[in-house]
Design a protein around this ligand. Structure first.
Ligand SMILES: C[S@@+](CC[C@H](N)C(=O)[O-])C[C@H]1O[C@@H](n2cnc3c(N)ncnc32)[C@H](O)[C@@H]1O
Length: 241
């Protein structure tokens, strides 16, 4: 069930809200309706596995209804929709949304990997630059680059990481052939495509570091716990085939 929902996202959120709305209409508009709305929202939220999706499903409709009671100008909703679409463009709905590499998450990288000179490092899907900052703290001599699909996030990352080359664009269009280290914090479903691209493009001697998500069917060269419940997986390009 959870797997099926994961594939349906974000449609599963819309369906959940529609179901909660129907429950509200069926039992409402007073408190029994409110209780039915909350119960259905919570039940639908629990069908999702990831915590932030649960939160989004559970609170999306109640918050939307609360806001709709406030005397907000009609333009507010338009501005909100445009801002959300800019932050999380439609073409990314199948890829990972914004989550940040926690500060200090890569502190132990040096005990597992030594990269001499000024290694070329790319954060594919660099969001607002948190991963780039963590990489810089762990590899101060590295030449850092980031690619980010959402233009507000790319601008934000450029502003926060003036020492990095941040490009707004599609990470799948980047060449990984010149890299010494590719860093990713994406999502499980993306890792199959990452593996296929890394197999053809990452040069021998290069490394791939993934926060939280493993490459399917590949034994990591090293794996270690990071901050909180995060895990890091380090792969050598030669071991990917
Ligand atoms: C989980 S966040 C990680 C952000 C950053 N790497 C970090 O660790 O702090 C994933 C980011 O990848 C971006 N992203 C997803 N698919 C992408 C694509 N095809 N091209 C570029 N960026 C993408 C998302 O917009 C999001 O900002």
């Amino acid at each position: 069930m959870a797997e099926g929902l994961a594939r349906l996202w974000p449609l599963s959120a819309l369906l959940s809200w529609a179901l909660a709305w129907s429950a509200w209409q069926a039992f409402g508009p007073d408190w029994p309706g409110g209780l039915a709305l909350l119960a259905v929202s919570l039940a639908c939220a629990l069908l999702h596995r990831r915590p932030w999706r649960r939160l989004w499903v559970a609170l999306g409709l109640p918050l939307g209804l609360l806001l709709s009671q406030a005397a907000l100008p009609a333009g507010f909703w338009l501005v909100l929709a445009v801002a959300l679409l800019a932050l999380y463009p439609r073409r990314l709905w199948g890829d990972a949304p914004l989550f940040l590499t926690p500060r200090g998450a890569l502190t132990d990288l040096g005990t597992h990997l030594q990269l001499p000179g000024a290694p070329r490092v790319l954060d594919a899907g660099c969001g607002s630059g948190a991963g780039l900052r963590a990489l810089r703290a762990a590899l101060p001599a590295a030449q850092l680059a980031g690619t980010e699909a959402s233009w507000p996030l790319a601008l934000w990352a450029r502003w926060r990481c003036p020492w990095a080359r941040v490009r707004r664009g599609d990470m799948w269009a980047d060449s990984w052939r010149e890299l010494d280290l590719l860093y990713l914090f994406q999502r499980p479903e993306t890792m199959t495509r990452v593996l296929a691209k890394a197999r053809t493009e990452l040069p021998p001697g290069a490394w791939l570091l993934s926060l939280d998500f493993e490459l399917p069917g590949i034994r990591p060269h090293a794996q270690w716990p990071s901050i909180g419940r995060h895990q890091l997986f380090l792969y050598r390009a030669e071991d990917l085939n």
